[in-house]
Design a protein. Structure first.
Length: 258
């Protein structure tokens, strides 16, 4: 790759791929690091969205076989997706693990597929536990069933971001404050919405305190199991990457100081 500076002759700048506005090769290092951080956040969102959507589709298909009504109304699904998207908007501001910026990684569809196939069914397991709890314990009708699954589905989808955003222990990797704010706000909105007149327009029914406690317990259990499944997955499967050649890696500090 050809590199020139803004004060070079025109023929040198025309032949260059990159023109440095600062006479500092450290700009290249910072640019590479930022590019790897952006790629890490893109992968983060894709893997979370694919695993959550796969699990939800599997749960929806199974629920239609046992229920005499729709497990969630179309307008409720659209609202669920909208709130989920809002909660994930600050992901571009989030930090990534240091190992992601230390070496380049590239698109690996097989890795994403395997991640989806491992984490997606975990979500479905807790969806079916929710179904059993609603039908066998609380004997929920249509409106209450749809309300409870809306809250449980959104809470698990949104809060699992704090588990899946890092390959490490989530308690040792701090998310961006704005990501925490939007995620918590969306979950609170999902819980409060059925108690408002707008909730009735969406077809929700106010759940009891017992419902909400049961959903909270299922959500916490899901996050713990998701962390275990994630750790096992990364232990057995690593994303494809292109390691920096040792001879270049040993010269990077010198290049950055030049």
């Amino acid at each position: 790759m050809g590199i020139s500076v803004d004060s070079a002759v025109d023929v040198a700048k025309d032949a260059a791929d990159i023109i440095l506005l600062q006479h500092d090769l450290g700009v290249l290092e910072r640019g590479v690091t930022e590019g790897r951080r952006a790629f890490g956040n893109i992968m983060k969102f894709i893997m979370m969205a694919m695993s959550s959507n796969f699990g939800n589709m599997f749960s929806m298909a199974g629920a239609t076989l046992i229920l005499p009504f729709l497990p969630m109304l179309p307008v409720q699904i659209l609202l669920n997706n909208l709130l989920y998207a809002v909660s994930e908007m600050p992901i571009p501001l989030d930090e990534v693990d240091s190992e992601i910026t230390e070496k380049p990684e590239h698109w690996d569809m097989q890795f994403i597929r395997n991640f989806m196939l491992v984490l997606g069914p975990v979500s479905s397991v807790f969806d079916f536990l929710t179904f059993g709890l609603l039908l066998l314990v609380f004997h929920a009708g249509q409106a209450l069933f749809q309300t409870a699954w809306f809250i449980e589905s959104l809470a698990t989808q949104v809060l699992v971001i704090f588990v899946l955003r890092t390959r490490r222990n989530p308690l040792k990797s701090r998310p961006h404050p704005l990501l925490v704010t939007t995620s918590v706000a969306v979950v609170v909105m999902a819980v409060v919405l059925p108690f408002t007149p707008l909730g009735a327009w969406f077809g929700f029914a106010p759940p009891s305190a017992g419902f909400l406690l049961a959903i909270a317990g299922l959500t916490v259990s899901y996050l713990l199991l998701a962390q275990g499944a994630k750790s096992a997955f990364y232990h057995l499967w690593q994303p494809a990457g292109i390691a920096t050649p040792p001879q270049l890696r040993s010269h990077l500090p010198l290049i950055a100081r030049s």
